[in-house]
Design a protein around this ligand. Structure first.
Ligand code: ZN
Ligand code: ZN
Length: 369
């Protein structure tokens, strides 16, 4: 199985193509699976073993001109969220925004119920991370922001909780909050991955709807009273559209996590650890078994079944739901989606040569001589 990755060669992923797209997708990858990568510098078409492209991106070099084919994990990306937004996020956003006045209304709801108290609450309850307070966390946070090209560094907090969790809020001034259990359970590169996931919510402009979804989850009853005269008959469709959007927005943020880490196994392990929730058991997790379960589970449910589960589960306090479903989606993005094309070097400094049709070379996989 192989595909071509390069500008102009990507087919937009439509919702229709999502059906059946997991057929034959395996974890770990079969060793003979390869991808074609176009060289940004000379335009040459290179065949690269997919497992190598995914696990050692900075080792793949053009067979013709020796240029790197993929960025090293430390190099800043030039991506906008529009380049990696999941099609289900796009679709759910459109459905949500088709409800008249929804953005202004949710902004008002958030303003009167949450935004006003959030900052005060954080300042008096959460530990603010800085260059002096938990500097290792601050460094990881800055690294994730640099990689994703976030213009402004959000505030970062740690809060005491037994739940392995993180969230992003603050509509006017964004912040990211990590639970103490998350910090205890994850290794540093995994924490960076979670930070990047949260930053992707910011990059994708998810924060207003995300905050509103959390309010609906935690305080639906209170919110019904505070919804500024909107009747219950309007509130329920809005709530369902919002909760569906919330689930789909996670798929986009997971893609941001993978882009920031350039490490599919690490990103999938983070989802496995979120699913597991136990620090002690996390150390024994088998990623291979987790992924086999995830890919099997992904084949089963139809979209409307997931909707039903989610609306039944809406009072649950999980803010990172369906980790297995998300792991399957993320693995698909890495192997069959646009992932590799998004970690190619920028071509602004080089003049790409004309590609000669049919001129396919095997990529070099070592440093140039
Ligand atoms: Zn080349
Ligand atoms: Zn998230």
């Amino acid at each position: 199985m192989s595909g071509v990755v390069g500008a102009g060669l990507l087919r937009p992923q439509t919702h229709a193509t999502l059906q059946g797209m997991f057929d034959g997708l395996r974890y770990p990858l079969p060793s003979d699976e390869s991808q074609f990568l176009l060289c940004v510098r000379c335009g040459g078409k290179n065949r690269v073993p997919l497992h190598r492209a995914l696990h050692q991106p900075d080792k793949a070099r053009c067979g013709r001109c020796q240029s790197v084919l993929l960025l090293s994990p430390d190099a800043p990306l030039s991506v906008s969220a529009e380049l990696y937004r999941h099609p289900l996020d796009q679709k759910a956003t459109e459905a949500l925004e088709a409800i008249p006045g929804v953005s202004a209304m949710l902004r008002k709801v958030v303003e009167v119920t949450s935004e006003r108290y959030d900052r005060l609450f954080n300042q008096s309850s959460y530990v603010r991370v800085s260059d002096r307070q938990f500097p290792h966390l601050q460094k990881l946070f800055q690294k994730a922001a640099l990689r994703l090209g976030l213009r402004e560094l959000p505030e970062l907090y740690v809060y005491g909780s037994g739940e392995v969790n993180a969230y992003t809020s603050g509509v006017e001034k964004h912040y990211v909050a990590l639970s103490s259990s998350l910090c205890d359970s994850l290794k540093e590169p995994e924490l960076l991955a979670v930070m990047a996931h949260e930053m992707s919510h910011i990059q994708a402009k998810h924060v207003l709807y995300k905050t509103a979804a959390r309010l609906f989850t935690f305080a639906a009853g209170e919110l019904a009273k505070a919804t500024l005269g909107i009747g219950q008959f309007l509130l329920i469709p809005l709530q369902l559209a919002l909760l569906k959007w919330d689930r789909c927005s996670e798929l986009t943020a997971d893609r941001g996590m993978l882009l920031a880490t350039s490490d599919p196994a690490l990103s999938l392990m983070v989802l496995a650890k979120l699913a597991c929730g136990s620090r002690r058991l996390s150390e024994q997790l088998s990623l291979d078994d987790f992924m086999q379960q995830a890919l099997l589970a992904r084949q089963a449910p139809e979209e409307n079944v997931l909707d039903k589960i989610y609306s039944l589960m809406q009072t649950a306090s999980r803010t990172h739901p369906f980790p297995l479903w998300r792991a399957a989606e993320l693995w698909h993005f890495a192997c069959r989606g646009e992932y590799l094309s998004l970690i190619r070097p920028r071509d602004e400094d080089s003049e790409p040569a004309q590609e000669e049709p049919g001129d396919i070379r095997d990529a070099e996989t070592s440093e140039p001589r």
